[in-house]
Write a protein that binds this ligand. Sequence first.
Ligand code: CU
Length: 384
Amino acid sequence: MTSFFVFIVIVLIGIAVWQLTRIFDLTQIGGVSAQSEIANDNDNSVNGYLMFGFLGFIYIFTIYSLYAWGDFVLGTPGSEHGKEVDNLMNISMAIIFFVQTVTQFLLHYFSFKYRGKEGRKALYFADNNKLEAVWTIIPVIVLAGLVMYGLYTWNTIMFVTEEEKQDAIVIELYAKQFGWEARYAGEDKTLGKANVRLIEGINTLGVDLDDPAALDDKVVTELHLPKGKKVIFKIRSQDVLHSAYMPHFRAQMNCVPGMITQFAFTPSVTTADMRNDEAIVKKVAKINDIRSKKSKALVASGQSALDPYTFDYLLLCNKICGASHYNMQMKIVVDTPADFKAWLAEKPTLEQQRNDANAPEAPAPAITNEVVVDTTVVLAQIIK
Ligand SMILES: [Cu+2]
């Protein structure tokens, strides 16, 4: 509501300024600037120099942006195919950068150079085949090259060979408003069937426990991946469109209700190694610098200080899926294969979880009695 009022105030101020300039113009009638609607040499010169000045401004601002915010880029990729994605991105960015620098120069410099002058006439020609050919053929070749290279890269990333499938780990990523769960396929490398209608109690993913393939599946809320092993993600959504986004692994795939989507990659850098990566160390130091400054203000106002930040890979949601979309994330840990094995071995299978849930609980009569007594007291009070 406040922002709406601010908006209205800005609009009203704008209208007031506009009206004032009109009044000013009316007072000038009969004066020197009576024909102010027609640009004279002076007006054209001012606009020409402004154009030239703007060219300088965008160049300086571009250089400043690279200097000030250049370290926001993702840095070392944590997956094997990551280098190819980065390569594609770098080539695209280099071409865009080059074209933008040249075309902006031409646009603004020529606007300045050929600004209007009394008596000067613009050259007019209906068409120029040579020019048309040049500015059509060059972009066609460049764009076709980019598209083909992009398609080739995408297909290489998405294609999982039969051999790779044999050795891969299959993990289901399950998205829902607003969180993630993951299910490991277990020894049989097959995820048990699942259906949202079967969601009940601890079975939060709706896994069909009558399916023998489901019994050795393991459901977790923190994703662990082994370094150097192909991981095939089968992705599902419970409610709306989400997007499984793992920026450090250069991986993203939509989560679509009613269908299973897939993405596969091989993690190549463990979490421990990534924490020692030069760029990451710098980033973490920068974040902790900001945190310690904020902590000082917090402590001064009687609140507790912020915890220091340590780097972790993350699975994020990259589709605006609702109010808490911003916080829909799951920690990812890349382990050595041995550590990964040990971690997974500790997790209970769905069969174990089901048996534990169905096991008769030890009676707790004392608590039950207390509850009964309390209820009676409450009832008696209501009746009074
Ligand atoms: Cu989401």
